[in-house]
Design a protein around this ligand. Structure first.
Ligand code: CFM
Ligand code: HCA
Length: 533
């Protein structure tokens, strides 16, 4: 890493170097150190991050099929977030609502910026209502809306009162509202909690009822998990928000346990549900066969039901036959190979388990927009400085619901904690990564190119912005956002797909035929940040 520090970071102007250095370190799981995260990207740097609107509308609400999601803003914002994330859905039947195939936008023009866009928004909501009579309409603010001061919440209240039979609510998720998508997650969590969760108290009489939080059904992941839960006899009340319906959210508070997949994007809902309704949460990971088995066993341990536990063991044994067989088949082609993972806020951690199952080493990893707790574990939460950017995002004040709070679930949690079961915790990425691996937050495009040049990993995992730049350097890039039109990769079936795909990628001869820039141009790095300053 010393060499890397010289070649990668030291080419930055001094001020930039000082800042970026705090966001990169050599990992030591025994002594996890403070990493800089969730701060503004330095102007001039090419970041891989997205905006707050993307995190709210695209990520958290996008996968819900029966809410009409109206983007209040210029058409590009709505178009960009229209199904590019590959979140799939499966309506209950042919006539069930599914608005995901539509892109709703107010298509704001210059005159609306000058004279205000509230009238335009009202008209759009009315039009959507007249056409579809949906259960709910959500409004998402883009940058210009905040700048001109349209009050989307007042419009939402007015339209909701006027309709009487349609839940209308807004999100102040202007792109610039926070330093990344992460602020958008928080805003989405707040509004879903305020306007939807708890609206329906009905509950089925099945014995084991859980929610899955932070699973977005990219490439069909949620379908695999739904099937797995069903096989075990566990009812999924709601998934936030893969393959979801607003009705699932409305009675999510009746579940007995919240399982958190992606901690970054949805931990706020879990926390608020626990305070208000007493539903405990625990961290799970359904990426990789080992982790999937461990996560299922956690559910068994929670309910302490011998029949459920033995059913879960049967299912694991059956599923593991498939994954063991596939690992044995593909591992000879992957053993000892190396990977780097730079993804949003949880996959850079979770997918390391899949690589480990292939005998591959993770050389470097980092998140685009996670917070220190996603790196260092939730124990650092009290020591995280709340800066002006974070203060900009509303923290809801939640209290116990006097009627619906479940003391019984809290008592169960307390008893299980006595026995060593973990709740309300996430130990973060660094504790699990090897000593000597690199951890870099909000990696810049330039740093990424340097990493590839110096370490030449066998596969680089990132997104569409990185994909072709890295591949032109002769290194295959696996998109861990969209899965490159592949997947599912979650659960046991997903693991088999992933093993196969990675074995193919790291052994494809074509990469050797590409001349990487550094093999023809000796001073590639000079083109970037060096000099001038
Ligand atoms: Fe969670 Fe996600 Fe991720 Fe994320 Fe995202 Fe995504 Fe991601 Mo792209 S919610 S943090 S904001 S796991 S869209 S499904 S792939 S960056 S690592
Ligand atoms: C987003 C969505 C994204 C982008 C992926 C990418 C996704 O952050 O707005 O950069 O390839 O998963 O679709 O993270």
């Amino acid at each position: 890493f010393e060499k890397l520090d010289d070649t990668m970071m030291k080419t930055y102007p001094t001020k930039v170097y000082r800042k970026r250095k705090k966001a990169a370190m050599v990992n030591d799981p025994g002594e996890v150190k403070e990493i800089q995260a969730n701060v503004r990207t330095i102007p001039g740097i090419i970041t891989q991050r997205g905006c707050t609107y993307a995190g709210c509308k695209g990520v958290v609400l996008g996968p819900t099929r029966d809410i009409v999601n109206i983007t209040h803003g210029p058409i590009g914002c709505g178009f960009y977030s229209w199904l590019t994330r590959r979140n799939q859905t499966r309506p209950e039947n042919e006539t069930s609502e599914n608005f995901m195939t539509y892109c709703f936008s107010t298509d704001m023009q210059d005159s609306n910026i000058v004279f205000g866009g509230e009238k335009l928004l009202k008209d759009a909501i009315q039009e959507a209502y007249d056409l579809f009579h949906p259960k709910a309409i959500a409004i998402f603010s883009t940058c210009p809306v905040g700048l001109i001061g349209d009050d989307v919440h007042a419009v939402a209240r007015e339209m909701k009162a006027q309709f009487g039979d349609c839940n209308v609510f807004g999100f102040s998720c202007e792109g610039y509202k926070g330093v990344s998508q992460s602020a958008g997650h928080h805003i989405a969590n707040n509004q879903i909690f305020k306007h939807v969760i708890g609206n329906d108290d009905s509950r089925s009489d099945s014995k084991f009822r859980v929610n899955l939080l932070g699973e977005y059904n990219i490439g069909g992941d949620a379908f695999v998990l739904e099937e797995l839960f069903e096989k075990c006899g566990i009812e999924l009340v709601a998934t936030f928000s893969g393959n979801s319906s607003i009705d699932h959210f409305a009675n999510a508070h009746t579940a007995d346990l919240n399982l958190i997949m992606c901690h970054r994007s949805i931990n706020y809902v879990a926390e608020m549900m626990e305070v208000k309704f007493g539903v405990p949460w625990t961290k799970v990971n359904f990426i990789g066969a080992e982790q999937s088995a461990k996560s299922l066993r956690k559910v068994g341990a929670y309910f302490e039901d011998p029949q459920l536990i033995s059913r879960i063991e049967e299912v694991i044994a059956e599923e593991m036959l498939k994954t063991d067989e596939a690992a044995a088949k593909y591992r000879p082609g992957t053993e000892g190979k190396t990977a780097m993972l730079f993804v949003g806020g949880s996959r850079a951690h979770h997918y390391q388990d899949l690589f480990a199952e292939l005998g591959m080493k993770t050389l470097a990893a980092g998140y685009e927009f996670a917070h220190r707790d996603d790196y260092e574990g939730r124990r650092v939460l009290p020591s995280i400085k709340v800066d002006a950017d974070s203060r900009n995002i509303e923290e809801l004040h939640i209290e116990k619901d006097p009627e619906r709070y479940s003391q019984a679930l809290q008592d169960r949690k307390a008893a299980l904690m006595e026995k060593g079961m973990e709740f309300s915790d996430y130990e973060g990425m660094m504790a699990q990564m090897e000593k000597g691996a690199l951890v870099i937050d909000d990696i810049s495009h330039y740093e990424m190119e340097k990493l590839v040049e110096v370490y030449k990993p066998d596969v680089f995992c990132a997104g569409i912005k990185e994909k072709y730049a890295v591949q032109k350097m002769g290194i295959p890039l696996k998109q861990l956002h969209s899965y490159d039109y592949g997947g599912p990769y979650a659960g046991f079936d997903g693991a088999v797909n992933f093993y196969k795909e990675i074995e193919r990628m790291v052994n494809t001869n074509v990469w050797g035929l590409i001349k990487a820039p550094w093999s023809t141009q000796s001073a590639m790095s000079a083109k970037y940040a060096r000099g001038k300053h």
